[in-house]
Structure formats: structure tokens, C-alpha cells
Design a protein around this ligand. Structure first.
Ligand code: SAM
Length: 203
């Protein structure tokens, strides 16, 4: 994603209805290449109790909740419209029964510890104005992801794993990952950026 690209939408994702598009989805991040890259690994790997940070449309949370091996999913976003979009998506998919929906700035209103965390953060450099929170991760693009990596540790089981996607435009450095063992699961080159999907386990 690059400024002007992330959020413009590349395909119509599953479970979207015209009603979602006209009402709930306004100001909610529409799944893009980054979302689909992450969703592939969510589908393959997660189990137990899952936290989907920055749930947006709910694509990752619903993908997780659809798995038998997943007992509970907490879908979190700072944007109340995104939380509502995720709830509607979950209801359409028939998986809302094992989900909770929380409006929160990262972990501010989040309780508990999780087997898996999933985060497709806003990861591009930008001011982070209200209408940019779906893609702008602060001045270097890394501020939101950095805060997440710092605070996630306290909500992850010792045996837990974080799945995260980011881009070569994101200003994350090795020290941001110092509390984790990092495994690169996937890489996707687009014409304006390269995306990475990593698995992080507490070190
Ligand atoms: C790139 S979108 C990802 C949406 C969805 N998870 C996906 O994969 O398509 C980033 C999401 O993070 C949310 N977000 C941004 N800052 C946040 C914060 N401080 N706390 C929680 N969510 C945040 C945005 O509102 C947006 O929905």
C-alpha cells in the first residue's frame, strides 16, 4: 500500500453487502493486498483464543472465527465504525456467537491473554489525521506498530504467536522486534512496495 493506494480497494471481499458499502463501510478500511496476504496465514495457523487488533472490516477476525480450532475471537479497533462493520460481517458469516467487539486505542480497553494475535497495522508514513487512521502509522509509519509490539507482550501467552503484516515503507527497526523471535512467513512485491508477513513469538 502506498499513500493513495491503501484503502482504495482492489477487490470486493466476501460478505460485503450493498448495505455495508453504503453505511457501515464508509471510513472503514477496505481489504487490500495486505489484508489478503495476512488472511491466508490466519486461515492456516490460528487456534484457541485470538485477538484481532485493528479489525477494520473484520476480515481477519471472521476468518479466524470460522475455524473450528478457534474458541474465541476479540475484534478491536480504535474506529467505532470499523467495530460495527466487523460485527455485521461476523453476523453475516454466522460466527458472531464466539466473538467480542471492542472499541479501543490498541490495548487500552483489552483484557486477557491470547494464543494468537493478528495485526495489519496502519503502516505508512502520515500525519494520522482522523480520516487517515486506517493506513497512517505516524511520522515514520511505524509508531502504531511500535506501540503495539511494546504492549502486546503483556497480552500474549508464553506459547502465543503474533501474525503481523507491514511494508518496506514502514520505519520499523530490529530494536522494535527485540522482545520477539521473528520468522518471515511471506513476502509480496507490488509495484509500489513490498509487503511482509511475519510470525512473532516471545523470546
Ligand atoms: C490497514 S487497516 C487493517 C484492517 C483489517 N484488519 C484488514 O486486514 O484489512 C488498519 C486498522 O487499524 C485500525 N487502527 C489504527 N490505529 C489504531 C489503534 N491505535 N488502535 C486500534 N486500531 C487502530 C484502523 O482503524 C484500521 O481499521
Amino acid at each position: 500500500m502506498a499513500k493513495g493506494f491503501k484503502g482504495c480497494g482492489w477487490a470486493v471481499p466476501p460478505f460485503f453487502s450493498v448495505r455495508d458499502e453504503n453505511h457501515v463501510m464508509e471510513h472503514v478500511y477496505r481489504p487490500g493486498e495486505d489484508s489478503y496476504l495476512l488472511a491466508r496465514h490466519v486461515r492456516r495457523l490460528v487456534h484457541g483464543e485470538v485477538l484481532d487488533m485493528g479489525t477494520g472490516s473484520g476480515i481477519q477476525a471472521v476468518e479466524a472465527a470460522a475455524k473450528q480450532e478457534v474458541s474465541r475471537v476479540v475484534a478491536v479497533d480504535v474506529n467505532p465504525a470499523a467495530v460495527e462493520a466487523a460485527r455485521r460481517r461476523a453476523e453475516s458469516a454466522g460466527v458472531a456467537g464466539k466473538m467480542e467487539f471492542v472499541t479501543s486505542d490498541l490495548f487500552e480497553n483489552v483484557e486477557g491473554v491470547y494464543d494468537w494475535m493478528v495485526f495489519n497495522p496502519p503502516y505508512l508514513p502520515g500525519e494520522g489525521d482522523a480520516d487517515e487512521t486506517s493506513w497512517a502509522g505516524g511520522e515514520t509509519g511505524a509508531e502504531t506498530a511500535r506501540r503495539f509490539l511494546r504492549d502486546a507482550h503483556g497480552h500474549l501467552k508464553k506459547s502465543g504467536t503474533i501474525l503481523m503484516v507491514y511494508s518496506d515503507h514502514t520505519g520499523l527497526t530490529a530494536s522494535d522486534f527485540r522482545r520477539y523471535k521473528v520468522e518471515k512467513l511471506d513476502e509480496k512485491s507490488l509495484f509500489f512496495e513490498t509487503l511482509f508477513c511475519v510470525a512473532l513469538t516471545p523470546s
